[in-house]
Design a protein around this ligand. Structure first.
Ligand code: SF4
Ligand code: ZN
Length: 728
């Protein structure tokens, strides 16, 4: 343990603690002791302080107690007599620093400067945590690089970020080096920042590094089942599960040392470009604690090696990088070289099974002009036909594999895909076009990815890409007939017609008791798994998360319970859930994990329910926003009166069948109403109402924002819910 580092870290910790004390005093004098403190839309108090100590800071005065904790942790300044040759003091100083920094950032939300400003994002809210944190659990993201400071120039910054993205890592950025920040360097280099591209500009000051460590702590609490105050398990979870490291770029100040010491507590090592003393022996971290003097062109490889990260980079013969990190990248009009579909030109994508003799593996044909013949801003029609063959392939798998086209295309840097079937839309960026990317590479990409992920069922894959308008239109008609057929298969199916449902336990990785029971009339609550998809997925991976459940005999047809389904649920929930209803939100409702598209909640005084979709972030009539509701309902619990569900399920005949179905809906956001209007209108007709009239009786945010207003609105408009039996 280097004495120089210890003294610098301890010096830095004292400075930051002093700063925290100052800002706290100021905040209290401006806002008063009872002023609420929180990071917007989060339910974890101050996440580092809460997870480490169990202290739930709710108002400014609570910080006083935290200040005592900080003082208790702060070691005295180091001098020769006091110096001890182990990490303990430095680690304590690091933890004290993080608490103080969290205090500083929280006070900034109250008295400024606002942490959210310009490109700076500040704290991640709970929706982001759910969406992104899960990727750390399911392996889509191995971890994150916390970059502090700035690269020597824009090109180096862009290069380092690209390498980190290729390894699917998140890049959390904070701090500046003599006024220059890594985030601004990337922005200057034309790189898109934000959660979608995994490049997160937290803040300009070093104190904003706590947003990265706070994120890690919240992940441990919500996905790792760690209890608040159990600092040991929190740190172990992070050390073992989250592959994170700090990359310090530029002059390492005392404050940086202190913050880095905080990160070392989590087992996150520090890799520096500058010549600072190293801490090589392993102990807290998996390998070295601090490694310094690393040249820029090796810094990413070194970090990955030091943290012990194993990543699979598949070499695909196309001129751009491929990684899940590029999935969220958008291509705006100005950045676009050319586009296809999106209601601008005719387009479709269709995956079909062929006889093995009809497919020549790796054959990619572009029939018609390719994208390199286009001027910037150009457009072409696009028909993508993927033909696959394999001894284990079945026609039922076609839609499951076809849906992967979206993911696979988006994983290529500079390629963007939206929609599916004949409403697809593809863009190629200027950057990708400049690198030599053409339509032919879409074929190569699909060939490689399909083999990579579905080798168990596929032996051969060939891709034909059409750009001639007449040909595209003709082939599209054939494809449309197939889409219609596929839909008819599921649309005609009723739960009563079959004796096997399917389970999905994919979400048990973070909600251990949760089981989705998927039936033809009730898809998985994330909206991604229909009964047919689960059946196909089971056949593709028999030992996977989708298992057949023989229904057994019916216990109650109204609420939708079967004896064998209950048995299955008891077993797969580890004995925690005894009964589960397919069609009720009151009697033994299905558990909710965290990825539901919508939440339905009873509004008691109205006798009805409200539905809110994930995209709607404003307050709802039940007094909670989606994020807070999700926190209450999610996690794998049964919560009578609340269910998480897919959008599709709303228009199913079995939608809360036990409670009277869609006639219970008294409120939903306008966008949701619009989105499901067609399918919902069909259902409304089936139950004997006039769709326009019925829809107008359902309140939305423009007509009611509180439960009282909803009640007033539905009474005035004579909503049919008044004719139903009480719900309880
Ligand atoms: Fe599976 Fe349900 Fe999770 Fe969707 S929400 S992935 S269906 S367990
Ligand atoms: Zn889920």
């Amino acid at each position: 343990m280097s004495k120089i580092i210890a003294s610098a870290a301890i010096r830095g910790a004292h400075k930051i603690a002093k700063e925290a004390e100052g800002i706290l005093t100021k905040a209290i004098s401006e806002k008063g002791e009872d002023c609420r403190v929180e990071f917007p839309n989060t339910g974890y108090y101050m996440p580092i302080i809460y997870s480490m100590t169990g202290m739930a800071v709710e108002k400014l005065s609570d910080f006083k107690e935290v200040m005592q904790e900080i003082k208790g942790l702060l070691p005295p300044h180091v001098n020769d007599d006091l110096w001890v040759p182990y990490l303990g003091h430095t680690l304590d100083a690091g933890m004290a620093t993080l608490f103080a920094e969290e205090m500083i950032e929280a006070c900034k939300y109250l008295i400024g400067p606002n942490p959210v400003d310009d490109i700076w994002l500040g704290a991640a809210d709970d929706i982001i945590l759910r969406e992104r944190g899960i990727q750390f659990v399911d392996g889509t993201a191995p971890g994150f690089a916390a970059i502090v400071g700035a690269a020597p120039n824009v090109e180096t910054a862009v290069e380092i970020a690209r390498k980190l993205q290729e390894r699917s890592l998140y890049v959390f950025m904070s701090g500046h080096n003599n006024g220059t920040t890594f985030s601004e360097q990337l922005a200057e280099g034309g790189v898109q920042l934000g959660w979608e591209t995994r490049l997160i500009p937290f803040g300009r000051e070093i104190t904003s590094a706590i947003y990265a460590l706070g994120f890690a702590s919240r992940a441990a609490l919500s996905f790792g089942g760690v209890q608040a105050g159990d600092f040991r398990r929190n740190l172990l979870y992070n050390k073992n599960r989250i592959f994170a490291f700090v990359m310090a770029m530029g002059e390492v100040t005392d404050e940086w040392y202190a913050t880095a010491a905080g990160a070392i507590n989590y087992g996150f090592p520090v890799i520096a470009d500058s010549d600072i003393p190293e801490i090589l022996p392993t102990g807290v971290c998996t390998y070295e604690h601090v490694v310094s003097n690393i040249p820029y062109d090796q810094i990413v490889e070194k970090a990955v090696e030091v943290r012990g990260l194993k990543v699979k980079i598949t070499e695909i013969p196309i001129p751009v990088s491929v990684s899940p990190a590029f999935e969220g990248e958008r291509i705006r009009k100005e950045e676009m070289h050319c586009e296809f579909g999106g209601q601008r030109t005719p387009a479709f994508e269709w995956l079909r099974m062929r006889d093995i003799s009809e497919v020549e593996d790796a054959n990619v044909e572009v029939i018609g002009p390719d994208s390199d013949s286009l001027e910037p801003g150009g457009r072409l029609p696009l028909g993508i036909i993927v033909e696959v063959a394999g001894r284990k392939m079945q026609p039922d798998f076609e839609p499951v594999l076809e849906r992967q086209i979206h993911t696979f295309l988006n994983e290529a840097q500079g390629l963007w895909h939206m929609g599916q079937r004949d409403i697809n839309w593809v863009r190629i960026s200027k950057g990708a076009a400049k690198a030599g990317f053409t339509l032919e590479h879409i074929g190569k990409l699909l060939h490689a990815k399909l083999h990579d992920e579905y080798s168990s069922i596929l032996d051969k894959v060939q891709v034909k890409i059409y750009t001639d308008e007449k040909q595209v239109e003709e082939l599209r008609q054939q494809a449309q007939a197939v889409y219609t057929d596929r839909d008819a298969r599921l649309a005609g199916m009723q739960d009563e017609d079959i004796d096997t449902f399917y389970s999905c336990t994919l979400c048990q990785s973070f909600a251990p008791n949760h089981v989705c029971v998927v039936s033809p009339e009730r898809p998985g609550l994330c909206g991604a798994y229909s009964w047919l998809d689960c059946r196909a997925a089971f056949e593709i991976t028999p030992s996977g998360p989708n298992q057949p459940i023989a229904k057994g005999s019916c216990v109650d047809p109204t609420i939708g319970q079967w004896d064998k389904v209950n048995e299955f649920v008891i077993k797969t929930s580890g004995g925690n859930i005894e009964r589960m209803s397919q069609y009720s939100m009151i009697a033994d409702p299905m558990t909710s994990c965290g990825c539901f598209e919508c939440i339905a909640a009873v509004l008691p005084s109205t006798g009805g329910i409200m539905i809110v979709n994930r995209e709607y972030s404003d307050m709802t009539p039940c007094g909670m926003k989606f994020s807070t509701l999700a926190g209450t309902v999610g996690g794998g619990q049964q919560t009578p009166g609340f269910i998480g569900h897919s959008k599709h399920y709303i228009c199913s005949k079995k939608f809360i069948h036990a409670e009277g179905g869609i006639q219970r809906i008294v409120w939903m956001p306008k966008v949701l109403k619009e989105e499901i209007k067609d399918a919902l209108s069909e259902r409304i007709k089936e139950i004997g109402f006039e769709p326009e009239e019925f829809l107008a009786k359902i309140a939305d945010e423009t007509t009611a924002t509180t439960e009282e207003e909803v009640l007033e609105f539905i009474t005035k408009n004579e909503h049919p819910v008044a004719t139903l039996e009480p719900m309880f």
